[in-house]
Design a protein around this ligand. Structure first.
Ligand code: HEC
Ligand code: HEC
Ligand code: HEC
Length: 424
């Protein structure tokens, strides 16, 4: 009896300790320096607007066809949908009653005005790196928007992910508030690029590898992430076989970030939205800084899987389909057409181990983003309703192994597994 009591007491004590630790880890770095609010000069507002673009705040905080920044867009996560709230200064439904300090706590600590812990679908794991000055400029800009009354939909997260204790535990494990620390051994340009890419640009919100609880290994890991609910793969920026840009010419990279296309690559799907909403608006100096940082990322390759036996019948079926549906644009030899249709021969976008993007492009077609400097890009029609799963697999297997290309065949089962329920 005594023993059982001792065990229970010990258990209770360790639970209390663990609870205390979780509580403490959720209240780090929360002292907020009182400061008079920044004067909303036109220069401050312009800077805030620019930073909002660098962070693509509008991309998430705007419903399709809705008022900019009035929220309501569902952000799909493997744990359910989270709705990005209204950031306009409406008193009842937006940030109308927020102070600069409240806003800082959201960006830096991931905590709402009422003390509620925010879900990391809001990428504060990156935005925590943003400086207080930049946060204040962002807030001043948001305050200058027209107030729009639009109530925030309730999140649709599954249990237990919809509870505050689960979030507190997650944060204790994976989140620490931290402002960006410049690397003194690197130049100012590299540091500016790192600040933008790791912080506001939140590149690794997509390009970071995530564990089963959705955590990345920190804002400077870009080793590739599957966007499960969109069925797109954000390839590794460290891997020359995926999305490393170390070998690109600096001007091609700047052009790609500005326009969404370069002679060797186009920004597709979710990446197109990033170029459209964010990087196309960056100044040449910031694009240059970002390029310096991205080109200097450590390089490592994923291990090659053991080769499988080729499915020659599947590829043969794909060859015929290619002639019928694709060759008119991409060329008999997959050579493409400069400045109009990308070459498919030697194109790493379709040779990655993960065939998700190739299938997504076949299914949905698409346009490179229509940016100011490339207003009318050529488009590709969708084939989802025209080609069966088996035909898509055949076509993908063919283009991955024609004209000197070499990659594992894509099976009809892969196509099935990547199908999503979402159609937005
Ligand atoms: C990837 C999508 C995404 C991006 C990009 C994004 N947000 Fe959000 N944001 C969200 C979601 C989702 C929430 C809701 C989180 C929650 O309630 O748990 C949120 C919440 C917030 C909140 C808290 C509001 C409240 O009522 O508690 C603020 C403030 C905010 N975002 C500001 C910004 C700013 C500023 C930017 C750009 C620098 C930005 N967000 C970019 C998705 C995003
Ligand atoms: C919303 C998710 C998302 C975000 C945020 C994002 N990316 Fe991407 N990115 C993708 C996807 C998906 C692809 C694959 C499709 C493609 O090639 O365009 C991609 C592709 C790329 C490529 C490969 C280019 C090529 O075709 O070889 C580069 C480089 C890249 N992203 C850089 C960045 C940088 C830099 C940022 C931050 C400013 C960023 N991405 C933010 C999703 C994202
Ligand atoms: C009407 C012309 C046209 C047809 C037909 C067409 N495409 Fe495309 N394709 C394009 C254009 C334009 C792009 C660039 C789109 C973009 O940047 O979003 C593209 C992009 C692609 C890409 C991405 C390449 C990259 O560098 O990111 C792949 C893969 C692809 N097409 C495969 C196919 C296959 C397979 C077929 C046949 C089922 C096909 N295309 C049919 C015009 C076409």
């Amino acid at each position: 009896m005594k023993r059982r009591f001792a065990v229970a007491a010990a258990l209770l004590a360790s639970l209390t300790l663990a609870g205390g630790a979780v509580y403490q880890l959720n209240h780090l770095d929360e002292s907020i320096e009182p400061k008079p609010p920044a004067l909303a000069t036109p220069a401050l507002l312009a800077r805030g607007e620019y930073l909002a673009r660098a962070g693509n705040c509008m991309g998430c905080h705007t419903r399709r066809g809705g008022v900019p920044y009035a929220g309501g867009r569902a952000i799909p996560t493997p744990f359910g949908d989270v709705f990005a709230p209204n950031l306009t200064p409406d008193l009842a439904t937006g940030l109308g009653q927020w102070s600069e300090a409240d806003f800082w706590a959201a960006l830096h600590n991931g905590r709402s005005k009422d003390g509620r812990l925010l879900t990391p679908a809001f990428p504060y794991t990156n935005y925590t790196l943003v400086t207080r000055d930049d946060a204040d400029a962002l807030f001043a800009y948001l305050r200058s928007l027209p107030a729009t009354a639009q109530a925030n939909p309730a999140h649709e997260l599954r249990f237990p992910y919809n509870t505050q204790p689960a979030l507190a535990l997650w944060r204790a494990l994976y989140f620490r508030p931290a402002v960006f620390q410049a690397e003194p051994s690197r130049g100012a340009e590299w540091n500016r690029g790192a600040y933008l890419s790791q912080g506001l640009g939140h590149c690794n919100a997509c390009h970071g590898a995530r564990n089963s609880l959705g955590a990345t290994q920190g804002p400077d890991d870009f080793s590739g992430g599957m966007l499960e609910s969109l069925a797109w793969y954000a390839p590794s920026l460290h891997d020359p076989a995926e999305a490393s840009v170390a070998a690109w010419s600096p001007s091609a990279l700047r052009q790609w970030l500005k326009t969404g296309s370069s002679p060797s690559a186009s920004a597709l799907g979710p990446m197109g939205e990033v170029v459209l909403g964010s990087t196309q608006h960056l100044t040449d100096a910031d694009l240059k800084a970002m390029a310096v940082y991205l080109q200097g990322l450590p390089q490592h390759s994923a291990s090659e899987p053991a080769p499988k036996r080729p499915d020659l019948a599947l590829r043969e079926q794909g060859q015929a389909l290619y002639g019928d549906h694709c060759a008119s644009c991409h060329g008999e030899q997959g050579e493409g057409k400069a400045a109009a249709y990308p070459a498919l021969a030697g194109n790493r976008a379709l040779l990655m181990q993960n065939p998700a993007n190739l299938l997504r492009i076949i299914q949905r077609g698409g346009f490179a983003p229509a940016t100011a400097s490339n207003p009318r890009p050529y488009g590709m029609p969708p084939f989802a309703g025209i080609l069966s799963d088996k035909e898509q697999a055949a076509l993908a297997s063919f283009v991955r192994n024609a004209w000197g290309n070499k990659a594992a065949d894509v099976r009809p089962l892969d196509v099935l597994q990547l199908k999503t329920q979402r159609v937005d």
